[in-house]
Every structure is written in C-alpha cells, then in structure tokens.
Design a binder for this molecule. Structure first.
Ligand SMILES: Cc1ncc(COP(=O)(O)O)c(C=O)c1O
Length: 373
C-alpha cells in the first residue's frame, strides 16, 4: 500500500490537468493574462543580474515593496510567488498538532500545506446569506473558535467570493488574534488589483500580523514567481530562516524585472488604469449575466476578478464545470474545491470581448437545459 501524499491540493492538481486546447472561453482563471512587451517598456534584459547576495530578495525590490506598504525593508521577505510566501509562513510558524484556523469557502493550497505540516484545522464559516462575511459580530464566539490556534489564515479580498474586509473588520480580527495569541496571516494578492485600491492592508495591525502577496494575479506576471511576506521583524526573520532551509533564495532575475517595471511609474500607473477598466467592465458583465439567469444567484463581487455563483438546488459545481467544458468549451472552476458545493467560481478578467463571448457560450450551455444533468 502506498502512503498517502503528505502535501496534496486537489484544486491545484485539477487546474494543472486542464488543457488549453479543451477551451475557447476562460471564465475560470483567477488572474489576468496580459501581453507583456519588455522592450516596449524600455527594459534591457541583458542588464539583468544573474545573482544577488541578499537571501531576503533583490534589495531594490524589497525596498520598493516596503515603501509601498509603509514598512521598513527588514520587515519584508521576497518569496517565490504568493504560494511560496504562504508556504514559508506556514512552515515557519506551524508545528505538528497546532490548531490552524481557516475561512470557508477557502483558497485551498495554504490549507493543504497546513494539513501536510500536521496542523488541526478549525473552520471559520463565511455564509452566503451574510454576504460571505466572517461572523465577527459575536466576538466571544469568534474568540472561542480561535482558542488555542497558532495561526489564522484569511484572504482579503477573499478568493473565491471577491468580498472585502474593511479596516474595522481587520482591526477586530487582529485584536481577537492578539488576545488569543494567534498569528494572523492575510493573503492580500487580490489587493493588487487597482479596483481594490480602497482595500486596506492588514500590515502594521499588530505584533502578530503578517501579510502575503505577489504580482501574479493583477499583472499577469505569475511566471516570474515574485511574491512577498511583510510584517514584524521577528516573524519575518522566522520566515527568512525557513526560506534559507527550504528554498535557499528566489529568482533574482524575476525580482529585478518586477523592480524595473514598477520603477517606470508613469507606465505602471497607466497599466493599472487599463487593468481597472477591464476588471470593472468584466465585473458589470458578470453581474448582469447572473441577474439575467433566473436559475443562478451570487453576491456581487467587490474586488478581484471572480465570484461564487450559486447553482439551482441539488446541482453540483463539478457537473456544471464538466458540461461547460464539453458543450461550450468554457472553463469554470467547481466550487467544491473551495468548500462550496453547489457553486461554480466565475471569473471575469479575460477582457470585455472575451468575457462577453464566454458568457454567451455559457448562456447557450445553460439554455440547452441539459447542463445540470
Ligand atoms: C488567494 C491566492 N493566493 C495565492 C495565489 C497564488 O499566487 P502565486 O501565483 O503568486 O503563487 C492565488 C492564486 O490563485 C490565490 O488566489
């Protein structure tokens, strides 16, 4: 008998099994695909450094990210994408047997890492009938869930529902964590979307708060594997030690390239405006689609590029995703992967024309009336 995998995430496994040639329409990807032209940005790739001495990442980018977050450079560790950032935080702070609190629905890979490290998972529900909010009104109940938890992991904006925790919510959560002796980790990857400019960062909300992020989702730069962890120096140092032991260091070429792009501030600003327009057009189109389809429902997303669509009672997200692929060549993600059975995650970042074509193809699948069987 083979031993079960120590680290396994069914969602990522499934995503990596999907083939581009199966689809004409992408309503599943959780980030933007952008056509990058380094030369047009005036970036000379020949000038890229092949190595950098600092194990915490390419120093100019580390300083730039720190300045953006309003913290000191030593409060930032660059990491291989947000996946790497989350994994390093968990590896640094979670021991076998620790309780780790996670929201549900949940972006699953960090949960799979915590499980692989031997953590006991505590679920904090986000309920659709409460706008996918975390239930913070009853502080005592929230504190009871956190009791004995080494760490609470949340996403803000939330993947997969696109809902936002405001400054008051974040302060409440951080103070509950401080009282419970729990490290709060907020994955802020969707905060990079310009439309989410009003979403506060949790960085600086206390001595036990870490944030993670990357350039993957909003800028379509996932292949560079450039992310970061930011927070109090002692916690960041623990993550840096984990980084030394587990990964050595990241890709200085990727970090240098991101720094070069961000340095071109006018272009970067213009890019963000383009992205914002594209995302908000997509959000409106997706919302109109769901409202038009009587059999579907959702809580309109506030930020990011995806939301959870509720299917008619008894319908499975897996079944609709399979039908959408087979009958409409449309890519959708089953909600079951996020702990939301009976939902699909609908993404709308592909650009207005592509989103419109994708929604029309999904319309046709649903109109055929056999989509759910
Ligand atoms: C909430 C969240 N965090 C992290 C990631 C992974 O990001 P990266 O490509 O930077 O590793 C994703 C990708 O779907 C995500 O949705």
């Amino acid at each position: 008998m083979t031993a079960p995998l120590l680290f396994h995430d069914p969602y990522i496994e499934w995503v990596q099994q999907q083939r581009a040639e199966w689809f004409d329409h992408d309503l599943g990807a959780s980030g933007l695909v952008l056509a990058w032209d380094w030369a047009a940005w005036g970036v000379d790739l020949a000038a890229a450094p092949a190595d950098a001495p600092n194990g915490c990442g390419y120093e100019p980018l580390r300083c730039r990210i720190a300045a953006r977050l309003g913290v000191r450079p030593e409060q930032v560790l660059l990491a291989p994408g947000c996946t790497g950032a989350n994994a390093l935080v968990l590896a640094a702070l979670v021991r076998r047997g620790d309780r780790v609190a996670v929201e549900t629905p949940v972006y699953s890979p960090p949960v799979s890492v915590a499980r692989g490290l031997g953590a006991k998972l505590v679920r904090l529900p986000r309920r659709a009938d409460d706008g996918w909010r975390l239930d913070l009104a009853n502080r005592d109940a929230f504190m009871r869930r956190l009791e004995g938890c080494a760490l609470l992991f949340i996403t803000n904006p939330h993947n997969p529902t696109g809902q936002v925790l405001d400054a008051a919510d974040l302060t409440r959560i951080a103070s509950a964590c401080a009282a419970a002796g729990t490290v709060l980790v907020v994955d802020e990857i969707y905060r990079e979307f310009p439309g989410a400019a009003g979403v506060p960062s949790a960085v600086g909300l206390g001595e036990r708060v870490l944030v993670t992020s990357s350039v993957t989702k909003a800028y379509g730069l996932g292949g560079l594997r450039v992310g970061w962890i930011a927070g109090p120096v002692d916690l960041v140092d623990r993550c840096a030690a984990a980084n030394q032991a587990l990964l050595g260091r990241g890709s200085v070429v990727g970090e240098w390239l991101v720094d070069q792009l961000m340095e071109r501030e006018d272009r970067w600003r213009a890019l963000r405006e383009t992205i914002a327009g594209r995302v908000e057009a997509g959000r409106a189109a997706a919302d109109a689609f769901v409202r038009r389809r009587g059999e579907l429902d959702w809580v309109r997303t506030e930020a990011g590029v995806c939301g959870l669509v509720k299917l008619p009672a008894g319908m499975s997200g897996h079944v609709l995703a399979a039908r959408a692929r087979e009958r409409g060549r449309v890519f959708l993600v089953p909600g079951e992967f996020f702990g939301a059975p009976g939902y699909v995650r609908l993404s709308f970042g592909a650009g207005p024309a592509r989103v419109a074509a994708g929604l029309a193809a999904l319309d046709a699948v649903l109109d055929a009336g056999t989509a759910m069987r």
